[in-house]
Write a protein that binds this ligand. Structure first.
Ligand code: HEM
Length: 382
């Protein structure tokens, strides 16, 4: 049922999990909404608002007073299951937990991690290079962030087959989190858990909710970004060439590619009425904010679809990593991962292209992504 406060000219039927044409192009499918008003109400998935213009998306994303992070998703109930820390917290409580997580992800730790990320990337690339083709998503994009994460939390690569158990550990008590709390090591979780929150230690339940947040926040998102970056380069051999010849452009290229290919969208529940774009978001309404509709709105960035490595992106205005109180705490780590990926892949792989015999496929949802990205290149015997 459509609530009475939603004007008829704002009603659309847009399924965020399956936007029309998403299989072919996530960005094009979302951008159809840029032609309409800045806020629309979709009847799909139980009914919710969608911020559909750059300024609206950014300003609502920044409004953590009236829009709460508690709900997690437009899917009812999902938030209750996950209970992420700090993502699903608000106000002073959020601030206290976020601070501890930020300290654990401080840039000195990120810098110290880089050689390990390089090593993991090299191993994977060396294996693929000989073959001459791969499904980039399944064989690289999803594997590299996972391996990085395992070393980040100090799980040796040999234990990879035990991953299922690790997943279980995050949802059920079994002692490994307790151990890190009592005897902190030199891993990411230990760094975070040794930071007091509100003058006291973390409880075990809070520790698990935080670990869960880092795992969910730091794997699919990075994999999705690797996929989009590889897709761009496969379609633009001139950019591959430029970055191979001038690798010092890679950090700026990473920033611009991250602006150009935003795939995260967030959900908020209104805890007060919000007047915006000529309509009222009523207390209790759900609002969906896709960063693609901010970053690719021509009013946010000049010629937003163009990738320009010399685009001035300081201060960061794009919303790929969010904006405001909940802006991604892993942004520095994610940026380092993308830079390492670009450096290692471009320096070790010959020119690569899409395999024309197989389609590229994409999906929508809270983290959009390529689901199939067939690449090929001249195999190397060395
Ligand atoms: C390219 C990769 C990434 C993208 C696009 C991304 C995107 C985002 C976005 C948009 C938010 C804001 C959520 C909101 O406003 O509700 C966020 C928050 C967060 N991200 Fe990331 N992220 C990435 C990588 C990472 C990594 C590597 C980690 C962890 C190591 C991480 C951990 C988190 C956490 C814990 C939050 C919650 C922060 C808070 O609520 O204060 N993310 N991320």
């Amino acid at each position: 049922m459509i609530p009475a406060h939603v004007p008829a000219d704002r009603i659309v039927n847009f399924d965020i999990f399956n936007p029309p044409g998403v299989e072919d192009d996530y960005f094009a499918s979302w951008k159809t909404l840029l032609d309409g008003p800045g806020l629309v109400w979709t009847t799909a998935n139980g009914g919710h608002w969608i911020g559909a213009r750059g300024d609206v998306v950014r300003s609502l994303w920044n409004d953590s007073e009236r829009l709460s992070n508690e709900c997690l998703a437009v899917t009812p109930g999902l938030g209750d299951v996950m209970q992420f820390i700090p993502l699903q917290q608000d106000g002073a409580e959020h601030k206290a937990f976020r601070m501890a997580v930020m300290k654990g992800l401080a840039s000195r730790y990120v810098v110290a991690l880089e050689p390990r990320v390089v090593e993991i990337a090299r191993e994977l690339i060396a294996e693929l290079r000989r073959r001459g083709s791969c499904d980039f998503v399944a064989e690289f994009a999803e594997i590299l962030p996972l391996n990085i994460f395992l070393s980040l939390i100090d799980v040796p690569l040999e234990d990879r087959p035990r991953l299922r158990e690790l997943g279980v550990q995050l949802t059920r008590p079994d002692g490994s989190i307790q151990k890190r709390m009592v005897e902190p090591g030199d891993d990411l979780f230990s760094h975070i858990l040794s930071e007091p929150v509100m003058g006291r230690s973390w409880t075990e339940d809070e520790a698990r909710r935080m670990c869960r947040n880092l795992l969910f926040g730091g794997l699919d998102t990075v994999a999705a970004m690797f996929g989009m970056v590889a897709l761009h380069l496969a379609r633009h051999p001139e950019d591959q060439k430029l970055l191979r010849e001038q690798p010092d452009l890679i950090p700026a290229a990473a920033d611009e590619l991250m602006r150009r290919y935003p795939t995260v969208a967030v959900s908020r529940n209104a805890v007060a009425d919000v007047e915006m774009d000529g309509v009222t978001i009523r207390q209790g309404d759900l609002v969906y904010l896709p960063s693609v509709l901010h970053n690719l709105d021509p009013a946010s960035f000049d010629a937003p679809d163009e990738v320009r490595f010399d685009r001035d992106l300081t201060p960061v205005r794009h919303t790929t990593m969010g904006v405001g109180a909940h802006r991604c705490v892993g942004a520095g780590l994610a940026r380092m991962e993308v830079i390492v990926f670009l450096r290692e892949w471009l320096s070790q792989m010959p020119e690569f292209a899409l395999d024309p015999s197989q389609p590229v496929k994409m999906k929508g949802g809270n983290v959009g992504a390529c689901t199939a990205l067939p690449l090929r290149w001249e195999p190397s015997l060395s």
